[in-house]
Design a protein around this ligand. Structure first.
Ligand code: PGA
Length: 230
C-alpha cells in the first residue's frame, strides 16, 4: 500500500477550497491510501465530500480551558483518520518538545486516530542520535502509527538528497523501531516532493509513500505525482 499524504499547512481558504475540491475530481487515486491534511477550518467540508482527512495538529490535553486548542476527541467527532505530530514546523517554530508530542500521541491513541509522527534532522545534527530521540516518544506498547521521515533542510527548500541516502535513513528508522518496539510501521518520505522529482523519488525502495506540502496545493501537480506512483 502506498500512502499519499497531502499537507496543506496554513493555506487554502474556505472559498478556495471549492475550486480545489472540484479539480480534485480529476485525480484517479486508485491503489493509493490518500489523506488530506487541511487547516482545521476545512476539515468538515472535505469529510462531507468523502475524502479521508487528517489534522495537522492536536492538543496534548484531553479537554477543558485551553483556548485555541483542538482535542483528539473533537477531531474524532469530525471523523478525522490521521493526525500529524512532531512536524518540524511545530518543533522549531512553536517550540514543541518530545514531552508534548508524547502526550499528543497518547490522546490520539485514546480516540483511535492514527498518529503520523514526523521526524528528521537539521543539517548540522548527528542524524542517528536525533532520530532516536524523536522516535523515543513512541509508546512502549504502540498501537497503529505512521512515521514520516523529513530532513528539515529538505522541507520547502527544493533540496532533495539522493535516493540512497534517504533509503539508508529509512532503513535505520525501520530497524530501530522494530527492535525497540517489536512492531513494524510504514515510513513515508517528505521534503520538497514535487511533480518533477517524483520520477526519481518513487524509486526509493523502502519508502511506503510520501508526505507532500507545497506541491499538494496545486491539483495539476497532484495529478502528475499520482500518475507516477499509482
Ligand atoms: P514540502 O513540505 O513538500 O513543502 O517540502 C513537506 C512537509 O512539510 O510535510
Amino acid at each position: 500500500m502506498k500512502y499519499l499524504f497531502l499537507n496543506h499547512k496554513m493555506n487554502i481558504t474556505v472559498t478556495e477550497l471549492q475550486e480545489y475540491k472540484e479539480n480534485l475530481k480529476n485525480v484517479n487515486w486508485k491503489n493509493l491510501e490518500v489523506c488530506i491534511f487541511p487547516s482545521f477550518i476545512n476539515i468538515s467540508y472535505l469529510i462531507k465530500e468523502k475524502y479521508k482527512v487528517g489534522a495537522q495538529n492536536v492538543s496534548s490535553f484531553e479537554s477543558g480551558s485551553f483556548t485555541g486548542e483542538v482535542s483528539a476527541k473533537q477531531l474524532k467527532s469530525l471523523k478525522v483518520s490521521y493526525c500529524l505530530v512532531g512536524h518540524s514546523e511545530r518543533r522549531y517554530k512553536f517550540c514543541e518538545q518530545e514531552t508534548d508530542i508524547k502526550e499528543k500521541i497518547k490522546e490520539l491513541e485514546k480516540q483511535n486516530i492514527i498518529p503520523v509522527l514526523c521526524v528528521g534532522e537539521l543539517q548540522q545534527e548527528e542524524k542517528e542520535e536525533i532520530l532516536k530521540k524523536q522516535l523515543s516518544v513512541i509508546d512502549q506498547n504502540p498501537k497503529e502509527l505512521i512515521i514520516a521521515y523529513e530532513p528539515v533542510y529538505s522541507i520547502g527548500t527544493g533540496v532533495v538528497l539522493e535516493n540512497e541516502k534517504i533509503e539508508e535513513t529509512i532503513d535505520f528508522i525501520k530497524e530501530y523501531v522494530s527492535k525497540r518496539y517489536q512492531k513494524n510501521f510504514p515510513v513515508l518520505y517528505g521534503g520538497s516532493v514535487d511533480e518533477n522529482n517524483i520520477k526519481q523519488l518513487k524509486r526509493i525502495k523502502n519508502a511506503d509513500g510520501f508526505l507532500i506540502g507545497k506541491a499538494s496545493l496545486t491539483v495539476e501537480k497532484i495529478i502528475k505525482i499520482v500518475e507516477e506512483i499509482r
